[in-house]
Design a protein. Structure first.
Lengths: 210, 127
């Protein structure tokens, strides 16, 4: 039951800190999609961008897949990535993590998706197939996601229904048209995701109570 | 274009950071002591002024302690001290086993905390 869970990121009452300062609540959302679809633009338009370095073992899977010339002697690889950070007056910090594109960084996806609210899968109607891998991953791991179709200037616009068919998505998954360069548009995308996640929990609770 | 854009330098330039050296500050250890697992957005708080019993504090330990006098999420801590996440986790393992910091865990399952979701929604809508 949920009552056994630690309550989100909120500290236990009276958590002692050496020099005071209240403990922030933290949450994260993943921003996913194919290379060049606008993930970085979307994150940058609504949050403060910060750098993060990770250094992780290179998996055997990458052998023969990635070009590792010049790094052959190495068994770890440095992954430099950015993340977005939005601080709210309510002591809440929301993090936006873009999922790295290349297959050899799949290990990071597990790390990033643990405890995430959900994911925004960005799609480009000219290269719809680029987001299949992300959709598969989130479906497989039970992570709620919505589709944000980044409407570039001049990009052909399709109706959400066409996109739903192209992506083989069920009717419940929201598809939002957006412009990753426009803050209000990105805000709408994130709000849509959180609302979808909240409605999903309510649905599941009703089913389990029935 | 500069010489640093050459293909072979791709992972070795200044932006990528040093390749081997980071784990020197952990004496080569790549996993936190005690098998602790720290999530990216878990919050670290310094707990006491006491001296460590077994640990010899390095400068990186001290930087972490100093930064998390104010409760600080691990991802911000890592970004701030500019060491790889794996290194920061090892150092945090040292400090937690000495009781000098506490790491407050966040929910590891898909996030279902209604109160937190509501906070996020309200926050986003007020942007």
């Amino acid at each position: 039951m949920d009552s056994n869970h630690y309550d989100g990121a909120l500290p236990p009452a009276g958590a002692g800190t050496r020099a005071g300062g209240s403990v922030p609540s933290t949450a994260k959302i993943l921003i996913s999609g194919g290379f060049g679809v606008g993930k970085t633009t979307l994150v940058g338009v609504i949050s403060e961008i910060r750098p993060l370095r990770t250094e992780e073992p290179m998996s055997d899977r990458s052998v023969g897949v990635d070009d590792t010339r010049g790094v052959r002697a190495k068994t770890t690889t440095t992954v430099a990535m950015d993340f977005g950070r939005i601080s709210f007056p309510s002591q809440l910090v929301l993090y936006l993590f873009g999922t790295p594109g290349q297959e050899r960084f799949w290990f990071m996806w597990d790390e990033l998706s643990v405890g995430a609210i959900g994911a925004v899968v960005m799609a480009d109607t000219q290269r719809v197939a680029d987001c299949f891998a992300a959709i598969d991953y989130f479906e497989h791991n039970g992570i709620p996601f919505i589709i944000a179709v980044n409407c570039f200037d001049g990009a052909p616009r399709f109706s959400p229904d066409d996109i739903r068919i192209a992506l083989c998505l069920g009717p419940e998954i929201p598809i939002v048209l957006c412009d990753a360069r426009v803050r209000d548009s990105v805000k709408h995308v994130l709000v849509s995701l959180v609302r979808y996640v909240m409605s999903g929990h309510r649905r599941r609770n009703q089913i389990s109570m029935a | 274009m500069t010489g640093h854009d050459g293909y072979g330098d791709r992972w070795f330039d200044r932006e990528a950071g040093p390749v081997v050296r980071p784990y020197a500050v952990t004496s080569g250890r790549t996993l936190p002591s005690g098998g602790a697992s720290f999530g990216l957005i878990d919050v670290v708080v310094a707990t006491s002024e006491r001296q460590p019993q077994f640990l010899r504090l390095g400068p990186e330990h001290r930087r972490i302690l100093s930064l998390c006098r104010r409760p600080t999420p691990i991802v911000d801590l890592t970004s701030e001290i500019d060491l790889p996440l794996g290194v920061v986790r090892v150092l945090l393992g040292d400090l937690t086993s000495e009781g000098m910091v506490r790491v407050l865990p966040t929910q590891k399952q898909p996030m279902t905390d209604e109160r937190l979701l509501r906070m996020v929604l309200d926050g986003l809508e007020s942007l």
